[in-house]
Design a protein around this ligand. Structure first.
Ligand SMILES: [Zn+2]
Length: 129
């Protein structure tokens, strides 16, 4: 029996040379244009190629302060202004609690008037009409 031990001293000589992925998650993520499919910056408001407006441009809501305010003022206890902006869940909650006994509705009214009320997409409602 040849019992020569394997010299495995140098086996532990591998340099952990991991390919260092410098994944600096780029702020400028590329998205494909929903008009022409071209790669454009995610922050672009419109495609430089075809001019198609991009989702980032849709930061403006189509909801308005005035109708929201009127709904909140007259029907705030029923959460109708929340239904208006698309916040159905909290609208129902408000309806069931009678606008948080009026307090919640009142707070909403103030937030609406100062232009900080948001729609269901989290976009601030800043325009009056
Ligand atoms: Zn395009």
């Amino acid at each position: 029996m040849d019992n020569s031990a394997m010299p495995f001293g140098q086996a532990a000589n591998f340099t952990a040379q991991e390919s260092f992925m410098t994944s600096t998650t780029s702020v400028y993520q590329l998205v494909s244009c929903n008009g022409c499919g071209k790669q454009i910056h995610s922050s672009a408001l419109a495609c430089p190629g075809c001019g198609a407006p991009q989702p980032a441009a849709q930061l403006v809501t189509d909801k308005r302060i005035l109708p929201a305010m009127l709904l909140c003022f007259f029907l705030g206890c029923f959460g109708i202004h929340r239904f208006y902006v698309g916040k159905v869940g909290t609208g129902i909650l408000q309806l069931l609690t009678l606008g948080g006994l009026g307090i919640w509705a009142l707070i909403d009214l103030i937030i609406i008037v100062v232009g900080s009320f948001t729609d269901s997409e989290g976009r601030k409602i800043k325009q009056w009409t």
